[in-house]
Design a protein around this ligand. Structure first.
Ligand SMILES: [Cu+2]
Length: 118
């Protein structure tokens, strides 16, 4: 009887942890990033947690997308005209993140910005 009870507890614990995994997968925020010559627009302000940046190059030049903050840096490849790339980052709470394009002098031409998560 004790053995049955223990296996029941183990089964419930496994189900709960599976539910937690499913929950975190569905709570990822998608932020659309539009890059033009020479600006970067975000569709929403990124929140703490898993954020999927869907980056689209709507300009004529090649562009990449970098995000840095909380001791981490993420980047895409250089995306060609009309191309797209995705970047998944786990953002902390209450941290200032910077984003920019590293191609040529695009950053100083205006392809940069920042946000604070909360
Ligand atoms: Cu660029």
């Amino acid at each position: 009887m004790k053995l049955i009870l223990l296996s029941l507890v183990a089964t419930i614990a496994a189900a709960v942890s599976l539910a937690a995994v499913a929950q975190s997968a569905t709570t990822a925020q998608t932020v659309r990033v539009t890059e033009v010559d020479y600006a970067i627009r975000l569709s929403a302000k990124p929140k703490p947690g898993v954020v999927k940046f869907v980056v689209r190059n709507a300009g004529d030049d090649g562009h990449d997308f970098w995000v840095k903050g909380g001791g981490k840096t993420w980047r895409t490849r250089v995306i060609g005209q009309a191309g797209a790339a995705t970047l998944t980052a786990k953002l902390k709470n209450g941290v200032k993140y910077s984003f920019w394009c590293s191609v040529g002098s695009h950053r100083s031409k205006g392809m940069s910005g920042s946000f604070v998560t909360h």
